[in-house]
Design a protein around this ligand. Structure first.
Ligand code: ADP
Ligand code: NA
Length: 350
């Protein structure tokens, strides 16, 4: 079997929001206790949808600051910037030749981000999942904590790994670089592991506070739709007070949240912030009105987020410190990635 290794990434595009925090960063922090982890600021991804960014380096630093302010230990684990390790792009090229155009065309994120004028989307946006597969597999990572929106991309990463393993089966054996694994019932002599997505939890997809059917997102034009990691207590309070709800009381069991997306979302957010289940939250608040639940949610959100925000601001003022962490992380990541790419070159025959 492959040695367990956690990898995940966040794009340096726009403000981090509660969806990024609960769907990704908070999980990163929890996983570091008992795993070897690599957390990456994926700047190469950030130019797929929008090429020119006003302050990309500032955005990169702010994601690194968010990781560290949230509790990730950059000494024990690796925190770095994707473009510091050229092997990500190198392996992505190989994966572009492994993956099929039809696989990419089916990706819902590509369809959403490309919009109607697909012919005019960047080639990079289409190939995004191939680079994401390379980010993970250049470390032969086995576990990837992400939000629910990334599920389809991780399935594609498994397809790419599987096709590479099968297409190069003989070469993997001949070079002695493979590992025996079982996929389904099938024994496979694999160079790349089948990555496991880690999506579970009470808020795998945090929804907009204005519309319970849309995910909370950086690109939503309404700032009231999301809680930003840099929001102060007043802003958090205002956004939760104004969050869309329905007129009914909270149900006493999770079943009762079906067909009530806004209620489901707020209860899920509470549960994730409190590190508990939706059932436990409803055991406490079932039968109460939102007028009673919202103040409790505001208090909880402020108490969890404000120390992170304060620490993030402090770190962002010390750019030399952040840059040193990224530089050191980049060196450690590169050493691992170089080893993989040398083996991949050997397998392919370069
Ligand atoms: P965004 O989707 O906000 O542009 P990224 O693509 O960089 O940001 O995603 C960073 C991480 O945050 C990913 O693991 C993604 O699944 C997660 N994420 C983003 N939005 C949400 C959301 N609304 N709910 C849960 N997780 C989310
Ligand atoms: Na995303």
């Amino acid at each position: 079997a492959f040695k367990p290794l956690v990898f995940s990434g966040v794009q340096p595009t726009g403000n981090l929001h509660l969806g990024n925090y609960l769907g990704a960063i908070r999980k990163f922090v929890a996983l570091q206790e008992s795993n070897d982890c690599i957390y990456c600021v994926v700047d190469l991804h950030s130019i797929t949808a929008q090429l020119v960014h006003e302050d990309l380096i500032g955005q990169i630093r702010s994601i690194a600051a968010a990781f560290i302010a949230s509790g990730i230990d950059p000494e024990k684990h690796i925190v770095f910037n994707q473009s510091a390790v050229p092997q990500h792009a190198e392996l992505a090229w190989v994966f572009n030749c492994v993956a099929r155009i039809g696989w990419m065309n089916r990706m819902t994120q590509f369809k959403d981000k490309a919009g109607k004028d697909r012919e005019n989307a960047s080639l990079g946006l289409l190939a995004y999942p191939s680079l994401m597969a390379a980010d993970i597999l250049v470390y032969r990572a086995t576990h990837v904590p992400v939000g629910d929106d990334q599920k389809q991309h991780l399935e594609l990463a498994r397809d790419i790994a599987m096709k590479f393993n099968l297409d190069f089966k003989e070469k993997i054996r001949a070079t002695g670089t493979g590992v025996d694994i079982v996929v389904g019932e099938e024994p496979v002599h694999a160079y790349f592991p089948m990555v496991e997505p880690m999506i579970e939890g009470p808020a795998p997809r945090v929804m907009s506070l204005r519309d319970g059917t849309k995910k909370m997102s950086k690109s939503d034009p309404s700032d009231l739709s999301r809680i930003n990691l840099m929001d102060d207590a007043e802003a958090i309070s205002k956004k939760i007070r104004k969050a869309k709800t329905d007129p009914d009381a909270l149900p006493s069991e999770a079943e009762g949240l079906k067909g009530r997306p806004e209620a489901d979302n707020l209860v899920g957010i509470y549960a994730a912030l409190a590190d508990t289940s939706k059932a436990n939250v409803l055991a406490q608040f079932g039968g109460q009105q939102f007028s009673a639940f919202k103040p409790a949610l505001i208090d909880l959100a402020v108490s969890v987020l404000s120390p992170v925000t304060t620490e993030m601001r402090r770190l962002m003022d010390d750019t030399a410190h952040i840059d040193a962490i990224l530089r050191k992380g980049g060196e450690r990541a590169r050493a691992r990635a170089e080893k993989t790419m040398a083996e991949v070159a050997d397998i392919i025959g370069f």
